[in-house]
Design a binder for this molecule. Structure first.
Ligand code: IPD
Ligand code: CA
Ligand code: CA
Length: 274
């Protein structure tokens, strides 16, 4: 058993993710009949996001009634102990647009934070049955196997993941300038469409780095935990640790992270660094 899976809370997270995955996998057989609601332009939610989230919350709350919750579809609320220092951060279905289209790239993401610091992270690719887990100080795992970020040293050899701006276009020019420069300086750029899984791929070396602006905490909390425990680095655009708050994320294997951050900072607007 991996040491992340030896944490009692991680066992509950795994149980919650498996329950949600049954809901998601069953629904994936029949995506034409999904009930879809538009939250805002290009931002969709299905009945499955909500059902999966409810299933996750039920299981987590049964085991840890005191803990607070921040979940994409239900928002933030306190547990029985309103003063609890623990908070679950949940994205029940990351990659909803992919899911709606039957595009096989989406995941469940659950993290636990203590006083705002990440302590546990889980990203579950329900289609491939790949369970990524990490506990602070205990390393990161894919199923039972220890994972580490890649050994890639040079940007020219790197494969970089990203998320395109698609809701707010305030920083599109900065984004496109970064994209243009990286297109010429890397082996390739990928936009698979589920940030949590992109980050899990950085943690296990399938990608060498990742950047995206305007993420929400539930998109990245678990994935960042994985990368940190796999020997990688994560930061906001100033190189600081406020990414969960400001939503702007740069992550990667140490060498590629540094080169990527430098390019992003060159093109990034001051507003993005806040
Ligand atoms: C989205 C995905 C996508 C990223 C967006 C997220 P959702 O999450 O992670 O890859 O580019 O920023 O909002 O809405 O599918 O849970
Ligand atoms: Ca998400
Ligand atoms: Ca989601």
């Amino acid at each position: 058993m991996s040491s992340a899976l030896m944490h009692p809370a991680m066992n509950i997270m795994v149980k919650a993710a498996r329950r949600a995955s049954q809901i998601i996998n069953r629904a994936s057989q029949d995506v034409e009949h999904l009930k879809i609601t538009v939250k805002q332009q290009r931002d969709f939610v299905t009945e499955i996001d909500k059902a999966a989230e409810n299933a996750i919350i039920d299981i987590l709350r049964e085991a840890y009634p005191d803990y607070g919750i921040l979940a994409e579809e239900s928002g933030a609320f306190a547990g029985k102990d309103s003063g609890s220092e623990y908070q679950w951060i949940i994205d029940p279905l990351d990659g909803t647009t992919n899911f709606i289209h039957g595009f096989p790239q989406y995941a469940i993401s659950i993290a636990l934070a203590h006083r705002g610091q990440l302590t546990l992270g889980l990203v579950y690719d329900t289609l491939r049955n790949e369970m990524f887990t990490a506990a602070k100080g205990d390393g990161a795992y894919l199923n039972a196997r220890r994972i580490r970020v890649s050994k890639c040293l040079h940007l020219e050899k790197s494969l970089i993941g990203t998320g395109f701006p698609f809701k707010v276009f305030d920083h599109l020019d900065a984004y496109m300038n970064i994209f243009r420069e990286l297109t010429g300086k890397t082996s390739g750029i990928r936009r698979p469409g589920a940030a949590s899984l992109d980050l899990a791929y950085v943690a296990c070396g399938r990608l060498d780095a990742f950047w995206e602006f305007g993420l929400c905490p539930w998109d990245m909390a678990a994935g960042c935990m994985l990368i940190l425990e796999a020997g990688g680095l994560v930061s906001d655009l100033s190189g600081g640790g406020a990414y969960l708050k400001n939503g702007n994320l740069v992550a990667g294997t140490p060498k590629i992270f540094a080169q990527l951050l430098q390019i992003i900072q060159k093109h990034g607007t001051p507003a993005l660094s806040v």
